[in-house]
Design a protein around this ligand. Structure first.
Ligand code: SF4
Ligand code: SF4
Ligand code: SF4
Length: 189
């Protein structure tokens, strides 16, 4: 009798353990695939994909089925690598419908107005701004991805966007239409 009770308790414990760990392998494989996607993404953390960084975008691709072609800095190279990794192909309907024909852009600082507060430097994910505290700042245009993340933090509104020719130095894959100021202002999804 005592043996039967002990066996029953062990069975219950084993059942609870199995219930708790049932999804572990699935979670592990999800984590691994997210890590591999994140390795493919360029890590500029520019948010042009519509997510707050590369890792959140990688998570959205796996968990929410986000399209794989939303990363302008990664362009075709990243899209192809993601397609190969995930067995997905082609340009998403969302991209085909929602990408606007934006030309490549960079930002420039109106240097006489700049007060040298360094807020733009802190916001730039790719170190495209040079300058020291209380000195004028300037943009390294070949590094700038045109992500616009430095614009809102500037207290004197002295950073402007300029379109640039789609040459070898500045060409960028088209950006999602909801990227940039509209998205941050909450007027785009
Ligand atoms: S657009 Fe690309 S590089 Fe920029 S945050 Fe998204 S995934 Fe990262
Ligand atoms: S737009 Fe501003 S934050 Fe974005 S890369 Fe260019 S300088 Fe950096
Ligand atoms: S945020 Fe504006 S004022 Fe401050 S350093 Fe950058 S450009 Fe100059």
């Amino acid at each position: 009798m005592m043996f039967a009770s002990l066996a029953l308790v062990l069975l219950i414990i084993a059942g609870i353990w199995m219930l708790l760990h049932h999804h572990e392998p699935e979670r592990d494989s999800k984590r691994r695939i997210i890590a591999r996607i994140n390795e493919i993404l360029p890590q500029t953390q520019c948010q042009q994909c519509g997510y707050p960084g590369c890792l959140p975008y990688a998570q959205a691709i796996v968990s929410d089925g986000a399209p794989i072609d939303q990363c302008p800095p990664g362009g075709q190279v990243a899209r192809r690598a993601l397609a190969e990794l995930l067995g997905r192909s082609g340009t998403s309907r969302r991209r085909a419908n929602d990408f606007s024909p934006m030309s490549s852009q960079v930002v420039v600082i109106n240097e006489p107005v700049c007060i040298g507060c360094t807020k733009c430097i802190q916001a730039c994910p790719v170190d495209a701004i040079v300058g020291a505290a209380k000195q004028m700042h300037t943009i390294i245009s070949t590094q700038c991805t045109g992500c616009e993340l430095c614009i809102d933090p500037c207290p004197v509104d002295c950073i402007d966007i300029i379109d640039v020719a789609d040459d070898i130095e500045h060409w960028r894959w088209q950006r999602p239409r909801w990227a940039g100021r509209e998205r941050r202002a909450g007027t785009q999804p």
